[in-house]
Design a protein around this ligand. Structure first.
Ligand code: ADP
Length: 347
């Protein structure tokens, strides 16, 4: 018989000890004192001893279990427990239940620990990155102000130029802070989106028009895969989606070299419209792809520094698309180019 519950344990203890007591009594009375008791008397004695031992063991066990198990539960749940909070039934497999509960608690603690460690590493990286990003503009502002104070202010040929450069530094810092502020707001869901029906083709055409000059300067071509002369209506927050597409196209312009093509493609999949921004630039290596949408992440730190970005653009893009209930992804091959793609709900 497998003993799992305190009740079973009490029953067995009481049975074995009553048998031992009654048998010992039988031997002592029969063989030493030569007294003969009837079988009924022995049976009655056995029942009385069995019940007495059973009751004592039961209550002692209950007190012991209640104290120890409640202590364990109090420790793992970190709060006080009254008798009513934790009902221990002597007929249940209380040790198995406690073991399961403790294992669950240990597992939860372990995953919390992993999460805390990850958060800690993320915080450390974040502060390091922020300090790193702010250092460049702060040093340049400091340099220009010092030069101005040391006589540059009176030199008409440089004073305006240096003040403008210091202003650029301030603007760069401002951009980093406002980008971070936006990411934080997205993360705490404090940015309400205004969903309406818009023609995504029209939005992209407007963005291409606004970037025409920049594309010409960088000698890259902006185009669509086909002549989208019919509207493709999607449900979105127009200004946010403009921000997404602008960012993707700007990145494609910034990180590709002359003579590259930047192409936008639309395709309808079930109730969604897939929007792809493709370029045939240098591409991104496989090891960088999973971290691309992290804050401050840049692929080639030295090359990316020539472009006035902060590594926050794609993080904002990801938050905007996720706030629309969709996902953004990227596929890329070194030497062939990159394609960033996301979907929006079709109207
Ligand atoms: P940044 O402000 O530096 O542009 P993003 O978050 O927009 O930051 O982009 C992160 C990094 O991803 C960039 O620094 C760049 O190295 C890489 N990247 C983004 N788009 C492309 C692209 N189309 N081709 C190659 N690399 C890209």
């Amino acid at each position: 018989m497998k003993i799992n519950t305190p009740f079973q344990y009490t029953f067995l203890t009481s049975l074995v000890s009553s048998l031992i007591i009654v048998c010992s009594l039988f031997i002592v009375l029969e063989f030493y004192f030569d007294k003969n008791l009837s079988l009924d008397a022995y049976f009655l004695l056995f029942i009385i001893v069995f019940l007495l031992i059973g009751l004592v063991v039961y209550f002692l066990l209950e007190i012991f279990i209640n104290r120890k198990i409640r202590l364990l539960y109090r420790m793992i749940h970190n709060y006080k427990m009254s008798k009513a909070d934790l009902k221990i039934s002597m007929k249940d497999d209380i040790f198995y239940a406690t073991e399961t509960e403790i294992l669950r608690w240990a597992k939860k603690n372990r995953s919390e620990l992993v999460k805390l460690k990850k958060d800690e590493r993320f915080r450390r990286e974040f502060i390091g990155n922020l300090a790193h990003e702010l250092k460049t503009p702060i040093f340049s502002i400091q340099g220009y102000i010092l030069t101005l104070l040391e006589g540059g202010l009176e030199d008409e040929s440089v004073n305006r130029k240096f003040l403008n450069r210091a202003l650029n530094g301030v603007e760069r810092m401002n951009k980093i802070i406002s980008d971070l502020d936006m990411i934080t707001k997205f993360e705490s869901e404090k940015i309400p989106l205004e969903f309406r029906n818009y023609d995504i083709v029209e939005i992209c055409k407007e963005i291409f028009e606004s970037l025409e000059l920049k594309a010409k300067e960088n000698k890259v071509r902006l185009s669509f895969t086909e002549n989208y002369d019919r509207p493709i209506m999607v449900k979105c927050d127009k200004s946010r989606i403009e921000q997404v597409i602008l960012n993707l196209v700007m990145n494609a312009i910034n990180y590709t070299s002359a003579n590259c093509d930047i192409i936008i493609r639309f395709s309808t999949i079930d109730s969604n419209v897939l929007i792809e921004v493709e370029d045939n630039g240098p591409g991104i290596s496989e090891k960088d792809l999973p971290r691309l949408f992290e804050r401050f992440y840049r692929v080639d730190k030295s090359r990316a520094r020539n472009v006035a970005g902060s590594g926050l653009g794609l993080s904002i893009v990801k938050h905007i698309i996720e706030a629309h209930g969709h996902r953004i992804q990227v596929r890329s091959t070194i030497g062939k180019g990159s394609t960033f793609f996301f979907s929006l709900s079709k109207v």
